[in-house]
Design a protein around this ligand. Structure first.
Ligand code: ADP
Ligand code: ASP
Ligand code: MG
Length: 418
């Protein structure tokens, strides 16, 4: 008997038929003698619809109320799935995040998990029930409902697997696993049999939304290996796990693409100690994620600082920076949207030189101009014009020979095969 955590994302529970399909799969796993916790997302599109409704009530809805609203999406799915499993002759009990002992901080809409007290989950499992657990939610220290950021059901699954010491954690989704690039962008992308935590983390945080980045961080911290697999069929998936020696022979594991970026440039910033600190402290305090920082200092002692943010954060960045810029006497801000970030990721890069040149050559041959560059030990990232980003992903993918050698797979089928 194994203790298994499974997670099904929004598309996989996107209709009654799909919930019934998931119920059959879960019940099959439980009938084989396993204890199963099944984490589910809201039905596909529901979270976005709820956000849209909130926006109709207020342009800046209260984060506390937003969390109360968003948490209902996942609650619908746990109840429906439990009903479906019970109807098949199984025994399932639904649990919300708070009922399952998921305690978070009080940062509404992007809460961090502080602790999980899984006693109630264990009790239900020991009594022979399948637990259908609402992803993406928890409870703050003062008993409020919180949510864990978009894609947060991945985090629920991985942290619950760590808390109950699961033997297996499986993330079922609408693709067969982690690919060398988003298969919707690069049709000949290849499914990876395995990938290290660090590579998955870099890919997830640079746009490969197949996993939520924070969930991968959690898996790495608590040593939870997990599989990413298709919810539609039983084919093999991708194992995300600790790095081992054989992994280094591959230089580039995958390519990520992140759209909707913007470049902010601060001009005429005094080149004195503390300028950068004041600027980035103000952005940090406003919760704005900043990436790819570049600074040029001119002979006149004035600096130009450029960085990327999400396009939707431009207005908030302007608001956060305007008092700081006036204090810095005459510094001024300009912003440009229409930018995408393209990243090549691989642990093999640590021991190989010339990887950046190869990537830049591929882009140059396609006539795609690079705006900004940043690197880490296992990643090279560039910003480029958004309108050419898919083409850029394809040429870089081809330059590193990442594609399938046989014919491309069709995109995931829209109907599950039972
Ligand atoms: P879920 O609703 O199951 O959480 P997501 O939509 O969050 O699913 O993630 C699955 C999607 O991630 C796929 O449909 C695919 O388009 C996208 N994706 C982006 N990058 C990759 C990648 N490298 N490998 C696989 N899928 C990717
Ligand atoms: N329903 C949430 C979202 O759409 C959480 C999740 O699906 O993981 O982001
Ligand atoms: Mg997801």
């Amino acid at each position: 008997m194994a203790l298994i955590v499974q997670k099904y994302g929004g598309t996989s529970v996107g209709s009654s038929e799909r919930i019934l399909h998931v119920a059959r799969r879960v019940w099959e796993t439980a009938r084989q003698g396993n204890q199963v916790v099944v984490v589910v997302s809201a039905m596909g599109g529901v979270t976005d619809r709820l956000l849209g409704l909130a926006a109709e009530m207020s342009p800046v809805p209260s984060p506390r109320e937003l969390d109360v609203l968003l948490a209902t999406g996942e609650q619908t799915t746990i109840a429906l799935l439990a009903m479906a499993i019970n109807q098949l002759g199984g025994r399932a009990v639904s649990m919300t995040g708070p009922q399952a002992g998921i305690r978070t901080d009080d940062a509404h809409t992007r809460a961090r998990i502080l602790e999980i007290r899984p006693d109630a989950v264990r009790r239900h499992l020991d009594e022979g029930a399948v637990v259908t657990l609402a992803g993406f939610q928890g409870e703050t220290p003062t008993g409020r409902i919180s949510t864990l950021g978009r894609g947060g059901s991945d985090l629920t699954a991985i942290s619950m697997a760590a808390a109950i010491g699961a033997d297996l954690c499986q993330i079922f989704t609408d693709v067969d696993g982690v690919y060398t690039c988003d298969p919707r962008v690069v049709p000949d992308a290849r499914r990876l049999n395995e990938i290290s935590y660090d590579e998955m983390l870099e890919m997830a945080s640079s746009g490969s939304k197949v996993m939520q980045a924070r969930s991968v961080e959690c898996a790495k911290k608590y040593h939870v290996p997990f599989e990413v697999r298709s919810s539609l069929h039983n084919g093999p998936g991708t194992l995300v796990t600790e790095e081992h020696q054989n992994m280094e022979s591959v230089i580039i594991r995958g390519i990520s693409l992140e759209r909707d970026q913007a470049k902010i440039t601060l001009n005429d910033v005094p080149d004195v100690p503390g300028s950068a600190f004041r600027i980035f402290r103000a952005l940090g305090e406003s919760g704005i994620n900043v990436d790819m920082i570049v600074q040029n200092v001119s002979k006149s002692g004035l600096a130009r600082i450029s960085f990327t943010v999400y396009r939707n954060d431009i207005a908030r960045a302007d608001e956060a920076l305007s008092p700081v810029l006036s204090e810095l006497g005459g510094a001024w801000m300009e912003s440009h949207g229409g930018i995408a970030k393209l990243s090549a990721v691989g642990i093999g890069m640590r021991s190989h030189s010339g990887v950046a040149a190869e990537m830049f050559e591929a882009l140059a041959e396609a006539g795609i101009s690079i705006q900004m560059i940043s690197t880490s030990e296992i990643k090279i990232a560039v910003t480029i014009a958004e309108e050419r980003c898919e083409e850029a992903a394809r040429v870089v993918h081809a330059a590193f020979d990442l594609g399938r050698t046989d014919s491309p797979l069709p995109l995931p089928k829209s109907q599950p095969q039972v």
